[in-house]
Design a protein around this ligand. Structure first.
Ligand code: APR
Length: 337
């Protein structure tokens, strides 16, 4: 098998990259370890920045987003029992954030890919990358029990933090910046209509709390806790009581409770790799960097990464340029080949 760009991972990074390249007439093959069903049902992030929303419309995959996305023109910072609204639209000349779950984004991107007969190979196994510093890098993998080899001009490592691409780069070629924070977030997903029409970030002497949502029926809430917090010590009533304490206001704001459908403790970590490239392998998204979920940066940063990578690959295939700068699109080089 041969393709210009072999993409490992059908998360936001891999799928947006593939559609950006498709728009430039550059073919790609996406390899994904999980099934389509798994990706389209796994609840993860869900806050889209203006840039991500605009790109979905640019790529013609924004139909459902337009109908189902919840636009938020601001957020509330809550402390001292009072709320302080940050008006995004006013501060940014009209930009806002949109609540639209990541798995819904993936559904839209996968549907667009398959509608264009562009291949996504799901449920691949034993994926490995080879000859990264040569003119003919390759991806080896098994699909439907058959060993396959995909020859490429370039490989995009969009396989997330636990993928195989970053570890395939010699450690001596990478600089890692890593920090674990001395706290975690106890998060719940609840069948409760959102208690507020915008996100609330609360500072309280008992600790931080975040009120968010995934849809008009599903609320997402977080409590700051210890990194080794035992979730078994947190029956739902205790979680709701603590959330009520930390989000309370002097004006008597009411938190709407409901059945908790998912709960867990997430460690807070920042991890950044540089450079995000080794030979013909380019890392994007969580494969290169992870940041705490505080500002909903993960998904949006992954999209920003592949916008730059797609521009570089477009310049290579249209003008034979080997050096393209993410900013001006004119300078800095990428070696090999
Ligand atoms: N072979 C093929 N696919 C793989 C492999 C592998 N060896 N390892 C991982 N994958 C797939 C995962 O199953 C996943 O679908 O790569 C994809 C990586 O996707 P994400 O983890 O979502 O990473 P990314 O696309 O960089 O998006 C980053 O999305 O989930 C949010 O907030 C999260 O910040 C994160 C953002």
């Amino acid at each position: 098998m041969r393709t210009p760009v072999g993409i490992i991972g059908a998360g936001p990074a891999g799928l947006f990259l593939s559609l950006l390249l498709q728009r430039e007439g550059i073919a790609s093959v996406v390899l994904e370890v999980h099934s389509r069903k798994y990706l389209e049902e796994r609840i993860r992030a869900g806050v889209l920045e203006q840039g991500t929303v605009d790109l979905m419309h640019e790529l013609g995959v924004g139909e459902r987003l337009k109908k189902q996305g919840l636009e938020h023109g601001g957020i509330e910072l809550r402390f001292g029992g009072r709320g302080h609204r940050i008006d995004f639209r006013e501060l940014t000349g009209g930009k806002c954030v949109t609540i639209y779950a990541q798995h819904e984004v993936l559904k839209d991107l996968i549907a667009a890919k398959l509608a264009a007969n562009e291949p996504i190979i799901f449920e691949t196994e034993n994926v490995s990358v080879h000859n990264l510093e040569s003119a003919a890098p390759a991806i080896h993998f098994r699909a439907n029990g058959i060993s396959e080899k995909l020859e490429c001009d370039f490989i995009a490592g969009c396989d997330g933090f636990h993928g195989i691409c970053r570890p395939s780069i010699p450690a001596s070629a990478l600089q890692i910046y890593d920090r674990d924070y001395p706290f975690a977030w106890l998060g719940i997903l609840a069948q409760a209509p959102p208690s507020s029409h915008e996100l609330i970030y609360a500072y309280h002497q008992r600790g931080f709390a975040l009120f968010s949502m995934r849809s008009p029926k599903i609320s997402r809430l977080y409590l700051q806790c210890a990194p080794d917090e035992d979730i078994a010590a947190w029956p739902d009533e205790r979680i709701w009581k603590e959330l009520g304490n930390r989000l309370e206001t002097t004006a008597g704001w009411k938190l709407t409770e409901g059945p908790v459908i998912q709960k867990g403790v997430t460690g807070m970590r920042s991890f950044v790799t540089e450079p995000m490239q080794f030979g013909k392998l380019f890392l994007a998204g969580d494969a290169a960097h992870i940041v705490p979920p505080t500002g909903a940066k993960g998904l949006n940063l992954a999209v920003a990464d592949v916008r730059v990578l797609a521009r570089a690959l477009r310049e290579f295939y249209t003008n034979g340029r080997r050096s393209v700068c993410g900013e001006c699109g004119r300078c800095s080089g990428f070696p090999g080949g």
